[in-house]
Ligand binder design. Sequence first.
Ligand SMILES: [Zn+2]
Length: 270
Amino acid sequence: MPDPEFETPPIDLLVIAAHPDDAELCLGGTLLAAKDRGLRTAVVDLTRGELSSNGDPETRARETAAATKILALDYRSNLDLGDGTIRDRDDARHALVGEIRKLRPKVVLAPWRDDLHPDHAGAGELAYRTHYLTGVRLYAPGAHPPFRPPQLGYYMGHTPFEPSIIVDISKVFERKLELMFAYASQFHRSGVEGAPTKISSPEFARYVEGRAREYGVRAGVELGEPIRWQDPPAVADPSSWIVGEGLPGSEPDRGIGSVDSGSADRKRCS
Ligand SMILES: [Zn+2]
């Protein structure tokens, strides 16, 4: 008798998050852009954020449901592994292996392994070790067969890293802010008092935009989200990475035998 869950179509992009709101804050633009392209997206939260200085787990769960709706996710789950305790450990590996084998994602994105927040760094390390184990046939045999996702990468939380790619989120940035403010207990609202935290200050939205602009400008787009691959992906079709319209200032001198030969040529010649 086939498991009905195994019959569901595989996920294209799976985001692993230490706390509800991490996926929205760090990769909300990427998730929205992926959904706009018709990709199947999922988030696995590892905790309920119960150590948060503001709000409570029940409020956070309602906010997560609202954000999930905006993201139009195909799947979201919470492994409830205990806020403040996320480490690469056996019970966490088992739980995450089950989710990854069930969803069979093409790409998994986890928090950067060297992040300042111990839960984020722990989640990144857990994802790295679990990614290997998902393909080991006799490890934690369960309802779903072994499956190792082809691509593992990391997203940026507190601590910067040198990215492998920048996702252009210019068209979805306003919706990313909506996502952030769906978590009203965590982020600043004028006239509402709460424990001061890094993300509850009125400056935080400007900081989010500033970071998106910083990485966007490096890639020649307005706003971007940085991703770092664990290993470089193979690209079979070179046209898939000959992209864009050229960085600002990269237009060739049109006075010397210039021909309009398309954006790919403009980028190569400049
Ligand atoms: Zn977090």
